[in-house]
Ligand binder design. Structure first.
Ligand code: PLP
Length: 468
C-alpha cells in the first residue's frame, strides 16, 4: 500500500466512524428527544457548529442560516467574546435571584433604557412568552390598584403569535396553534390584522381610512372600554406572514389607547434589537408604548433571557398604590446574571459594529436585488421591515389564491439543497402557510447577502423562469 492508498484508507475509516457516530446519535434522538413544533421527525439535521451567518451539520454540510435560527441570532454564530463574558460571569456570580440585585442586571436594565429612548422599569424573565405573561399581569394589577378592576381584557390580532403559554397563546391569533390546548387564558379577543395585500376590509393600500386600526377602537367599544386593559401588537406581524402596516397605523393605535385608557403593549420579541433597521420596531413609527416585551435578539439567543419594560408612570402607579401593591411575580431564572452579562456583551457588539444600521442596509439591498423575483408567476408580493423579509407565494397573481404547500415546500427544499435555510410562515389555517421568510444575522457580510439573493434568484429561475 503506497502513501496515497494509506491516506485514502484513513479518510474512509474516519468517514465510517463519523457515520457510525451520527447513526448512534440519530438512534438516541429517535428514542429520547421530542422536537419542537415539527411533525415527528425521524431524520432531523443534527447541527454541529456555527460561525458568522453559517451553520454546519454533522456531515460537514454548510448552510447559510437565513432565519438566524428562529429570528434570533442577530450578531451571528460563534462570538467568542460572548462566551468569554459568560465564563467570567459564571465564575464571579453564576446565580442570584432578582429579589436582591446584581451588577449585570442593574447595568442591563440601565442599558435597555438607553436603547428604548424613554424611561422604563425592566422586569426580567426567560422567554418571549414569559415576557408577555408578565405584561398581561402587570396591566391587570395596575388597573386593580387604580380602582378599575373590571379592566382585564386584551385585544390582539388574527395571525399574530405572542407565545406558547396559556395567556400568550390566548393572545395569539392563529387558530390551529390553539386548537388542542383550549381553553386558554380568558379575556383575549382578536381583530383583523393590517394586511394590505389581502385587505380584510376590501380597501386599497394608500387609499383607505385605516379601517384595520379603527377595528381596534370598535372592538374596545363593543367589549366595553371598562373591561379592556390593553391591546398587544408586534410593530409588524412577523411569524404571521410579515404583515407590514401603513405608517400611521401604530400612531392611530396609540391615540385610541389614550382615548379609552387602554395600555399599548408592543411585542418586540422579533422586531427588537436592530431587526427592523432601528433599535426597536416601534421606533420606526414614532410611538411610545406603555409596555415593551423583548427576548430573542436581547442575547442573540446565546443564553435565555427576556424582559418586560414598563413605563416609569405605570411603575410609579404601583409604588403609589400603598402596601401590598408590589408585583407578586417571581421566576427562578429570570435575569440570571450570566444571561444579563451575555446580553450586555451582545448589545456592545451590536453598537460597536453598527449592526442596527447594517440591518437597514441589508434590507435595502435585499429589497432592491430581489425585485426580479416579482416577475415569477408565483410571487405575489415581497414585504420588508428592516432585514426581515416575507415573500408571499400565490397560485395565481389575479386571484391571489395562496400557493400550494407542495410549491412552498419545494422552494424551501431547493434553497436548502443549495445551502440556504429559509423559513415558512403565515397563518396556521390550512393553505395559508404560504409566505417564505428571511431574517439573516445582522452581521451578515456582503458576500453572505449576495449568496442569499443569488440562491433565491437561481431557485425561482429554476422554478418558473425568472432571471435578472
Ligand atoms: N412574541 C413573538 C412575536 C414571537 O415571535 C415569539 C416567538 O417566536 C414569542 C413572542 C414567544 O417567544 P418564546 O418562544 O421565547 O417564548
Amino acid at each position: 500500500m503506497d502513501i496515497h492508498e494509506a491516506m485514502d484508507e484513513e479518510a474512509k475509516h474516519a468517514a465510517m466512524q463519523a457515520d457510525e457516530l451520527k447513526e448512534a446519535l440519530l438512534e438516541k434522538d429517535r428514542a429520547y428527544l421530542w422536537h419542537h413544533i415539527t411533525p415527528h421527525n425521524d431524520h432531523p439535521m443534527i447541527v454541529a457548529s456555527g460561525e458568522g451567518s453559517w451553520i454546519t451539520d454533522m456531515d460537514g454540510n454548510r448552510y447559510l442560516d437565513g432565519m438566524s435560527g428562529l429570528w434570533c441570532v442577530n450578531v451571528g454564530h460563534g462570538r467568542k467574546e460572548i462566551a468569554e463574558a459568560a465564563a467570567v460571569q459564571m465564575t464571579t456570580l453564576a446565580y442570584s435571584p432578582l429579589i436582591q440585585s446584581h451588577v449585570p442586571g442593574i447595568e442591563l436594565a440601565a442599558k435597555l433604557n438607553d436603547w428604548l429612548e424613554g424611561e422604563y422599569r425592566i422586569f426580567f424573565s426567560n422567554s418571549g412568552s414569559d415576557a408577555n405573561e408578565v405584561a398581561f399581569k402587570i396591566a391587570r394589577q395596575a388597573f386593580h390598584q387604580r380602582g378599575k378592576a373590571t379592566k382585564h381584557k386584551f385585544i390582539s390580532r388574527h395571525r399574530a403569535y405572542h407565545g406558547n403559554s396559556m395567556g400568550a397563546l390566548g393572545a395569539t391569533g392563529q387558530a390551529q396553534r390553539k386548537l388542542k390546548y383550549e381553553p386558554l387564558g380568558v379575556g383575549f379577543s382578536h381583530v383583523p390584522p393590517p394586511y394590505c395585500y389581502r385587505c380584510p376590509f376590501g380597501q386599497t393600500s394608500g387609499a383607505c381610512e385605516l379601517q384595520c386600526a379603527q377595528a381596534y377602537e370598535d372592538a374596545i367599544i363593543w367589549e366595553g372600554s371598562d373591561s379592556v386593559a390593553g391591546i398587544i401588537v408586534e410593530p409588524v406581524i412577523t411569524g404571521g406572514g410579515m404583515l407590514v402596516p401603513p405608517d400611521s397605523y401604530l400612531p392611530k393605535l396609540r391615540e385610541i389607547c389614550d382615548k379609552h385608557d387602554v395600555l399599548l403593549i408592543v411585542d418586540e420579541v422579533i422586531c427588537g434589537f436592530g431587526r427592523s433597521g432601528q433599535k426597536f420596531g416601534h421606533h420606526n413609527f414614532g410611538v411610545r408604548p406603555d409596555i415593551v416585551t423583548m427576548a430573542k435578539g436581547l442575547t442573540s439567543a446565546y443564553s435565555p433571557l427576556s424582559a418586560t419594560a414598563v413605563s416609569a408612570e405605570l411603575y410609579e402607579s404601583f409604588k403609589e398604590s400603598g402596601p401590598d401593591s408590589h408585583f407578586r411575580h417571581v421566576n427562578t431564572f429570570g435575569g440570571n446574571p450570566v444571561s444579563c452579562a451575555v446580553a450586555l456583551k451582545n448589545l456592545e457588539i451590536i453598537e460597536r459594529e453598527g449592526l442596527v444600521e447594517r440591518s437597514a442596509l441589508i434590507g435595502r439591498r435585499m429589497r432592491s436585488r430581489m425585485k426580479p423575483l416579482l416577475r415569477h408567476p408565483n410571487v405575489g408580493e415581497i414585504r420588508c421591515f428592516g432585514s426581515a423579509i416575507g415573500i408571499e407565494l400565490v397560485e395565481d397573481k389575479e386571484t391571489k389564491h395562496p400557493a400550494s404547500a407542495t410549491l412552498v415546500a419545494g422552494i424551501i427544499a431547493d434553497c436548502k439543497a443549495r445551502g440556504l435555510l429559509i423559513g415558512k410562515n403565515g397563518d396556521t389555517v390550512p393553505g395559508f402557510m404560504n409566505i417564505l421568510t428571511l431574517s439573516p444575522p445582522l452581521s451578515s457580510t456582503d458576500e453572505d447577502i449576495a449568496f442569499i439573493i443569488d440562491t433565491l434568484l437561481a431557485v425561482f429561475g429554476a422554478a418558473g423562469g425568472t432571471s435578472e
